[in-house]
Ligand binder design. Structure first.
Ligand code: SF4
Ligand code: ZN
Length: 368
């Protein structure tokens, strides 16, 4: 059976389980409880600034509900899986936005970025209606301190009209669209991640973004470190090549997500059967070293899940230290000598794992 078919079955079962569990609960979770927001120090394009993150609930990523979605993604479990009216969405956004405004005076920060996560595509009108998209953008234009507004979308919803419609609401700000490229290897992307994005469609939308001259619209590429069904060594190589590919096309920033195993996904299915392991943190560091050296655009390495049973892992002795050094490297956009030269007993094990995983073409690590 093909990966896509198994993935679709796993997703259908997982959605059924989620709905079943929710139906059996006496106290239903209110829609607002699916939303979240927080803020922290973060790297902006030109400096360290203050970033506000807002997560909005939607009816669910259409790619996941209709086609099974990506083999590592569990966002659907965080979605209410029901239609949400425009009024409700606006109310939910306002609640989160006001929560953040009550915590900090935006005017007290020099450089602020806003990141909106919808666990799907912001530009898909079936997930976020146009009226709501515009309502949200109009809020941001009131603040000169907001320098960057970042959303996420699959390429099929990115066209000149939708970009200009929103960009003109925030004419003096950087408007960034994060696209889940995941890897430059089309076979891995289509047949192992099940992303449904061809190289051609990615290249077309980066070209469209860069062709609009009246506004500062930029493309960001999300890259997945170690998808299913590839070896540790191949995962490192693909991650490095992907950065070079994206840079060459005109992508302006990179955000790597080293894989963490989420319940209800095909990655979880393989992991439970001993056929997948998340990457070593050493592999992640190798990618940082190469990309910082050879690809001169800003790059962030996500550290969520580091050191946990389901996330990127080295050993108990070095997990947390390396996580904090990577966070520092994200803020400074440099690799410190301490990170560059860090050593630990577990490094040898990683080196031999790289060699054997390649010879045996295995996606799991002997350490496990
Ligand atoms: S990674 Fe994005 S496109 Fe893929 S299933 Fe998750 S939300 Fe949908
Ligand atoms: Zn270690």
């Amino acid at each position: 059976m093909k990966v896509q078919e198994i993935n679709r079955q796993i997703r259908e079962n997982s959605i059924e389980n989620i709905i079943d569990k929710r139906d059996r609960k006496k106290n239903k979770k209110p829609l607002q409880a699916y939303a979240a927001s927080w803020a922290n120090e973060d790297r902006l394009y030109d400096c360290v600034g203050y970033t506000i993150f807002i997560v909005l609930p939607t009816s669910g990523c259409e790619w996941a509900t209709k086609s099974g979605g990506c083999t590592m993604c569990s966002y659907i479990a965080d979605s209410p899986l029901m239609d949400i009216s425009e009024e409700n969405l606006i109310e939910i956004f306002d609640n989160e936005w006001n929560k953040q405004l009550s915590k900090t005076d935006i005017a007290s920060h020099e450089n602020v970025a806003i990141k909106i996560f919808v666990s799907g595509s912001f530009l898909n009108k079936n997930e976020i209606p146009e009226k709501v998209q515009e309502y949200i953008f109009n809020k941001f234009n009131k603040y000169d301190q907001i320098k960057e507004v970042i959303i996420e979308s699959k390429p099929e919803y990115i066209d000149e009209d939708s970009l200009i419609r929103l960009a003109q609401l925030i004419p003096d700000k950087i408007f960034e669209i994060g696209i889940g490229l995941e890897t430059s290897n089309e076979d891995t992307r289509l047949n192992k991640i099940n992303k449904g994005i061809t190289n051609q469609s990615f290249e077309r939308c980066v070209k469209t973004i860069n062709s609009i001259e009246d506004y500062d619209i930029r493309a960001k590429a999300y890259l997945l470190v170690k998808p299913i069904l590839i070896s540790e060594k191949q995962a490192i190589q693909e991650s490095i090549e992907s950065a070079e590919y994206a840079k060459k096309l005109g992508v302006r920033r990179l955000a790597y997500c080293p894989a963490t195993v989420h319940a209800g996904t095909m990655m979880d299915y393989l992991w439970k059967r001993g056929s997948y392991n998340p990457p070593w943190i050493w592999s992640v560091i190798e990618i940082i070293k190469e990309v910082r050296k050879n690809v001169d655009i800003p790059m962030i390495m996500d550290t969520a899940g580091f050191g946990t049973r389901r996330g990127p892992y080295n050993c108990k002795k070095c997990n947390s230290k390396l996580k904090s050094l990577i966070i520092k490297s994200n803020l400074e956009q440099e690799i410190s000598p301490e990170l560059e030269n860090y050593d630990c007993d577990c490094k040898q094990q990683w080196e031999s794992d790289l060699e054997f995983s390649d010879i045996l073409n295995t996606t799991t690590n002997p350490k496990n």
